[in-house]
Design a protein around this ligand. Structure first.
Ligand SMILES: [Zn+2]
Length: 209
């Protein structure tokens, strides 16, 4: 039995798509493709279905976390009555929320900015959910806002900008904190190990507006 061109194309198509993923070179993409080819039909269907389900994902009306199958448009965290609604942890992206959530020590709410302010890349405050954050803080009046942007140049720029906006909005009576010691400069929350992140959350420092 010889493999015709068409059969080869099916595989090279998959290899080419997988090799576009971060961290996967062509060799890893090949290995994965052959693995997927050998999987049972059921396992393959589960894999494709879970990828296709991502098409249904929407963003939470309040915090911009992902939300699926919810007519109210709120995510599981915003909808959970046992969460402490007086604290909002502001993160750059969904990955950071995910990481902090996995520590299991944080019980407040989140706000996902969806990026950072980066003049070099032409990203301004308009490109993140900052306006929504200010509006939310004005109406919800939390007692604390934890600014958990990454300790990078862009993260710090964004943090200072948010602090200024909060101050201009007359929200001075709200406690503003940032993640505490242990966060090496230049690293991102996404790649921190749990103990360091737990420490940083517990030992957060108050910021003066
Ligand atoms: Zn939410």
């Amino acid at each position: 039995m010889s493999m015709g061109n068409k059969d080869n194309n099916v595989l090279s198509c998959l290899i080419s798509e997988l090799s576009k993923l971060p961290g996967l070179g062509e060799r890893s993409a090949e290995r994965l493709s052959f693995h997927i080819l050998k999987m049972s039909k059921e396992a393959r269907q589960n894999l494709t279905q879970s990828i296709l389900s991502l098409n249904e994902v929407k963003l939470c009306n309040k915090c911009f976390n992902i939300v699926s199958n919810n007519s109210l448009g709120l995510c599981e965290i915003c909808n959970n009555d046992s969460r402490d609604k007086s604290i909002i942890c502001v993160v750059e992206q969904l990955e950071d929320l995910w990481k902090i959530e996995k520590t299991g020590v944080y019980k407040g709410l989140y706000h996902v900015l969806g990026g950072v302010i980066s003049p070099l890349e032409g990203k301004s405050a308009e490109d993140i959910t900052l306006k929504q954050l200010i509006l939310r803080v004005k109406s919800a009046r939390p007692s604390e806002i934890i600014l958990s942007t990454n300790p990078t140049v862009e993260g710090d720029t964004t943090l200072l900008y948010i602090q200024k906006e909060l101050s201009w909005a007359g929200l001075k009576n709200i406690k503003i904190t940032r993640l505490g010691r242990g966060l090496p400069s230049g690293t991102t929350i996404e790649y921190l190990n749990r103990p360091i992140l737990v420490d940083a959350l517990k030992e957060r420092k108050e910021q003066v507006l």
